[in-house]
Design a protein around this ligand. Structure first.
Ligand SMILES: [Fe+2]
Ligand SMILES: [Fe+2]
Length: 289
């Protein structure tokens, strides 16, 4: 196997284990943690795509220790406050590339978020870890598609500054899987469902058919990711005898989640499994029951 040139020996450890024939005894959650430590998202995505994890065991009960430097981060892009990011007109070459870069950055973070939920939270059913591993595989593909498109625009990942809002929410919800599910897939990824059609239209308006086609793939997959979040959130609420709508409001307040504003992509949110009560609460309208 040819390793990506940017990978370091430490980063290559999970790959080396696989090529040495030990995959049958590898642990999916430990593998996710090792992959999370890879700093270059290109190498991280390639390593995720190359694994056949159905041969991996899932150690549902292990409490793994968080090493320093989670997640692995590349030296670039420079991370800044959201307010410090320039608004560039998408009709200019720089503006177009910076929009594709921002989307690639979201996907690089989404890879980290999916790997993180696999390794961090113990005592969930095996299907939970396999579901989120599948999300990591799709996030890796999204990053690869966008990064290749960025290169076709004569830019590379890291060329523009970016913000750290997605990982920040992962940090705030690191101690509670219910909060993680409520505020990452069901809030931040669900926000992606709302805004993706308008971004797609922007790309179409400047003739970027390839970018629009990539966003079609992403929107379809992201409905699935939010659905996965909804399914496990509902299961945990039922297990803890919690009302899903009331609990969401409490978790959003406790962890400082952003206040969501419309317009909302209600068909996509319905397809992702949000209930009528949840959508009514989101839109600030009276609940149905
Ligand atoms: Fe994605
Ligand atoms: Fe996603």
């Amino acid at each position: 196997m040819t390793l990506p040139r940017t990978i370091t020996p430490a980063q290559a450890a999970p790959l080396a284990r696989r090529t040495s024939g030990s995959a049958l005894t590898s642990s999916l959650r430990e593998e996710a943690l090792q992959l999370l430590l890879i700093s270059a998202p290109q190498a991280k995505a390639a390593a995720i795509s190359a694994l056949n994890t159905w041969e991996f065991q899932v150690d549902t009960r292990s409490c793994l220790t968080e090493p320093q430097g989670v997640p692995g981060r590349p030296e670039r892009p420079l991370l800044v406050q959201p307010s410090a990011l320039k608004n560039r007109a998408v009709g200019t070459p720089e503006g177009h590339a910076s929009l594709i870069h921002a989307l690639a950055h979201i996907e690089a973070n989404a890879i980290n978020l999916a790997l993180d939920i696999v390794w961090r939270f113990a005592d969930m059913p095996e299907a939970f870890y396999r579901d989120w591993w599948q999300v990591a595989v799709e996030e890796a593909l999204h990053f690869q598609l966008l990064e290749a498109h960025l290169q076709s625009l004569d830019h590379a990942y890291g060329d523009f500054p970016a913000h750290d809002g997605l990982w920040d929410m992962a940090q705030r919800t690191r101690s509670d899987v219910l909060a993680r599910l409520a505020l990452v897939p069901r809030t931040l990824e669900a926000r992606g469902l709302d805004v993706t059609p308008a971004i797609r239209n922007k790309l179409v308006s400047i003739g970027d058919k390839r970018g629009a086609a990539i966003l079609d793939i992403i929107l379809k997959d992201e409905i699935g990711h939010v659905a996965t979040g909804n399914r496990w959130y509902s299961a945990l609420c039922a297990q803890r005898s919690l009302d899903p709508v009331v609990t969401y409001t409490q978790l959003a307040l406790t962890h400082g989640a952003p206040q969501l504003k419309g317009p909302f992509n209600l068909p996509a949110r319905r397809a992702a499994g949000f209930s009528d009560d949840e959508l009514a609460a989101l839109c600030g309208t009276p609940q149905t029951a």
